[in-house]
Design a binder for this molecule. Structure first.
Ligand code: 13P
Length: 344
C-alpha cells in the first residue's frame, strides 16, 4: 500500500469548494428513481442518464469525484469513450461502490447487514485496473423502537473495517459510510445518541483493523430529527449536534467527512451543509466537511430530463446549479438567494 497515493487521492477528493457526486445507485434503486421520472429502466436509459451527468460542462469546478456503480464503470459515452476515461479527461476522479447491498440481518427484524466481502480483493484489483481511485461501502443503521441493536452496529462496523483494509491494500481510498437512516419519527437527540454510538464503534473497528485514517474519507449522515418527527430541529441545532457528534467520535487524522443527503430536500441538504461549515469554522474543526450527495443532486435534473434528448441541456444546468450551491455550502458561503440563480 502506498500511503502517499491514498492521502493524495483523499485530499484531491476533498479539494476546498468541491464535493462528490454519488451516482452509484444499484439496479433496484436506479430502477425506482427512473420509474419516478417516467423513464423505463433499461441499460440504454441508465447509460444515457449517467452520460448526461458526467458530460455536464464545467461540472469539475464543483465536483471532485463521482461514485459509479459496477455497470457504469464498464460503460462508455455514446462516442465510445469509457466513462472512467471521460471523467479523468475532465478532472473528475472515478470511484466505485463495491458493496453488494444491505440485506436482512439474520435474527434481527427490520435491521440490515451489508454484504459483499467475498472475493472483494479480486474485484478491487479489477476496479483499479478499470480506472477507479476510490471506493464506497454503505452500511445502514435503522432507528426505531428498540433499534438499532448492538449486534447490528457491531456487525456493520466490522464489515466496514474489513472493506477499508482491503481498499487500502489495493491503493483505493475507502469511503466508509455508516448511514443512520432519516426515516422514522425519532427526535434529534435520539439521532445524536445512535450516530455517536455508531461512529464510535466504526472507528474502534477501523483502529483494530489498522486502517490509515489519513487515507480514508468518512461518509456520514447529518444529525437530524427523523423525517416523521413533528418537531423538526432548526438549522443551527442540526449543525451543532452534527459537529458535537463528529468531535466526540472522529479522529482529527481523518482528512474529511462527506455527508450524504439521506432523503432531505435539495435546499435543506444545501442549507444544513452550509450551517455545519459556518459553525465548524468558528470551532476550528480539523476536517474538511463537504457533500457526497445522490438524491439532493440528481432529483431535480432527473425529473426535468424524463428520458428526452431535448431536455439534456436544461437538466445539466439544474445539476450544475445544485452542485454550485453545495460547493458554496461546503465552504460556508451559501446564501438562500442563490436558490434563485440558475447557472449560466
Ligand atoms: P443520498 O445523498 O441520496 O442519501 O445518497 C448518498 C449515497 O451515496 C448513499 O449511499
Amino acid at each position: 500500500m502506498s500511503l502517499l497515493t491514498l492521502e493524495t487521492t483523499a485530499l484531491a477528493l476533498l479539494t476546498p469548494g468541491k464535493g462528490i457526486l454519488a451516482m452509484d445507485e444499484s439496479m433496484p434503486t436506479i430502477g425506482k428513481r427512473l420509474h419516478e421520472a417516467g423513464v423505463e429502466n433499461t441499460p440504454g436509459n441508465r447509460r444515457a442518464w449517467r452520460e448526461l451527468l458526467l458530460t455536464t460542462p464545467t461540472l469539475s469546478e464543483f465536483i471532485s469525484g463521482a461514485i459509479l456503480y459496477d455497470e457504469t464503470l464498464n460503460q462508455s459515452a455514446h462516442d465510445g469513450t469509457p466513462f472512467p476515461m471521460l471523467m479523468n479527461d475532465c478532472g473528475i476522479i472515478p470511484g466505485i461502490k463495491v458493496d453488494a447491498g444491505a440485506q436482512q440481518f439474520a435474527g434481527h427484524t427490520n435491521e440490515k447487514i451489508t454484504e459483499g466481502l467475498d472475493h472483494l480483493r479480486d474485484r478491487l484489483e479489477e476496479y483499479r485496473s478499470l480506472g477507479a481511485r476510490f471506493a464506497k461501502w454503505r452500511a445502514v443503521i435503522t432507528i426505531g423502537p428498540g433499534l438499532p441493536s448492538r449486534a447490528c452496529i457491531e456487525a456493520n462496523a466490522h464489515a466496514l473495517a474489513r472493506y477499508a483494509a482491503l481498499c487500502q491494500e489495493a491503493a483505493l481510498v475507502p469511503i466508509v459510510e455508516p448511514e443512520v437512516l432519516f426515516d422514522g419519527d425519532h427526535s434529534i437527540e435520539r439521532c445524536y445518541a445512535v450516530s455517536r454510538e455508531t461512529l464510535h464503534t466504526v472507528f474502534e473497528q477501523l483502529h483494530r483493523m489498522g486502517i490509515a485514517l489519513s487515507g480514508m474519507i468518512l461518509k456520514a449522515s447529518m444529525v437530524l430529527s427523523g423525517q416523521g418527527c413533528a418537531q423538526q430541529a432548526p438549522l443551527e441545532q442540526v449543525a451543532r449536534e452534527t459537529l458535537r457528534c463528529l468531535r466526540n467520535t472522529v479522529p482529527a487524522a481523518v482528512p474529511g467527512v462527506a455527508f450524504l443527503s439521506g432523503g432531505q430536500s435539495d435546499a435543506a441538504a444545501s442549507q444544513h451543509l452550509n450551517a455545519i461549515n459556518v459553525l465548524a469554522r468558528g470551532m476550528h474543526a480539523p476536517w474538511r466537511l463537504t457533500f457526497s450527495y445522490a438524491r439532493a443532486l440528481q432529483h431535480a435534473p432527473l425529473q426535468l430530463w424524463r428520458g428526452s434528448a431535448q431536455n439534456v441541456e436544461r437538466a445539466q444546468q439544474l445539476l450544475l446549479h445544485r452542485a454550485r450551491l453545495n460547493a458554496a455550502a461546503s465552504t460556508g458561503r451559501y446564501t438562500p438567494h442563490m436558490e434563485q440563480e440558475l447557472a449560466a
